[in-house]
Ligand binder design. Structure first.
Ligand SMILES: CC(=O)N[C@H]1[C@@H](OP(=O)(O)OP(=O)(O)OC[C@H]2O[C@@H](n3ccc(=O)[nH]c3=O)[C@H](O)[C@@H]2O)O[C@H](CO)[C@@H](O)[C@@H]1O
Length: 362
């Protein structure tokens, strides 16, 4: 089978596409793959790292305000469709799957115009602009939250969950905390602000560093590549803290998630799929800078089931962060109850379900 995937901008759109490729490759090793993204998006780093053939088109998102820059957006959209059609004709895929982000707008649209079977995957409870546009043209829409169904043509929608959820379930545990200078036998919490890091979480972490001293648990913090330099001035302090490690990015996040007791993070949909598949207790700090405040909606779906704690972005400080982390890390029973509730929300067979849609179309 020849599979073309496209999705980009942030990790939340990219990792599900990578999971789709890995799953099909495992099932049918002779399959061929092509990933189309942009040079500027995180996909230009993540995808070649996975040895998946990668091609780029140039495109930019629509500005929501009235601006002349949207003329360039329209121009790039039209030229990128042409480019995408060229790639598609060369590769001749049996199926084209878009996982969100504006790059897949041109690619999936071009595929539908060439009569190739198409699927889009929507990770969030509130649909993104690109997926709303594409849903008119595609054959199937895979969703992760039942709430998302209202944005799409009813007859195309199927609840599949997030492919990354199934991938985290399939990985064998290997001890990786030593790679980060931490002790595999100590309870550990991982903290990160989505795939790109988050300024508020970074500020809170800088305040929190001295407060973690002497705690009976360890902290692994991924600041996001662009914020990492802010920790240079804290280098001396971090060296003294034997239970805290700060890195820019965690490349082997699945391995890390399997080895930790809990997580603090944004409430991006792909992270949430991973957390619930593994049954990880978490403290969520929804980003206030996303369409229709969808991360708060994502987080509340877990908080309402006692499957996570939430701190509002505006209320996050070093002190409030450590207080909540203590609540979770110093009480095994509380953590176990939350882990159970979290696990109950997961869709661990998401990729099997999505593959069912692929089979229907090919
Ligand atoms: C600001 C923004 O627009 N956020 C959106 C974006 O989030 P974002 O890209 O942050 O997505 P998620 O939180 O959903 O996923 C992040 C992914 O990156 C991985 N990871 C993260 C840090 C790290 O160091 N290493 C690593 O591998 C996580 O394990 C996860 O797989 O896409 C999500 C899915 O459509 C949306 O729900 C979010 O609202």
């Amino acid at each position: 089978m020849k599979v073309l995937v496209s999705g980009g901008g942030t990790g939340g759109h990219i990792y599900p596409a990578i999971s789709i490729v890995r799953y099909i490759k495992e099932k049918y090793p002779d399959s061929e793959f092509l990933y189309i993204g942009t040079e500027k998006g995180l996909e230009s780093k993540l995808v070649p790292n996975q040895h998946i053939p990668f091609k780029t088109i140039e495109i930019q998102g629509f500005y929501r305000t009235l601006t002349l820059k949207n003329f360039k957006t329209v121009y790039l959209f039209l030229t990128s469709i042409k480019q995408a059609k060229k790639y598609i004709k060369e590769f001749q895929p049996d199926i084209v799957i878009g996982t969100g982000g504006y790059v897949c707008g041109s690619v999936v649209y071009a595929a539908s115009k060439l009569n190739i079977p198409t699927i889009i995957h929507e990770q969030n409870s509130v649909a993104g602009m690109t997926n709303k546009f594409l849903s008119k043209y595609v054959d199937k829409v895979g969703i992760c939250f039942t709430d998302a169904a209202e944005y799409f043509p009813k007859e195309k929608v199927a609840l599949v969950g997030n492919p990354r959820a199934q991938e985290v379930m399939m990985v064998d545990k290997k001890e990786v905390l030593e790679e980060y200078g931490l002790d595999s036998d100590k309870p550990t919490i991982v903290i990160f602000g989505g795939s790109r890091g988050a300024q508020t979480i970074n500020n809170a972490m800088k305040e929190a560093l001295p407060l973690f001293k002497g705690k009976p648990y360890q902290v692994l913090y991924a600041s996001g590549t662009i914020y990492f330099d802010e920790f240079k001035e804290k280098e001396e302090l971090i060296k003294q803290l034997t239970n805290v490690t700060v890195v820019p990015y965690i490349d082997n996040m699945i391995d890390v998630l399997i080895n930790v007791e809990a997580l603090v993070g944004r409430a991006g949909a792909t992270s949430m799929a991973e957390i619930t598949a593994l049954g990880l207790p978490s403290i969520l700090v929804p980003s206030p800078n996303v369409t229709d405040d969808h991360q708060t909606k994502n987080a509340k779906s877990l908080v309402d089931k006692q499957a996570a704690l939430m701190i509002k972005d505006s209320e996050l400080t070093g002190k409030s962060l450590v207080e909540q982390v203590d609540k979770l890390m110093l009480d095994d029973n509380y953590r176990q109850t939350m882990a159970k509730a979290s696990k109950a929300e997961g869709i661990p067979d998401a990729m099997d379900r999505l593959y069912g849609l692929i089979q229907e179309l090919t």
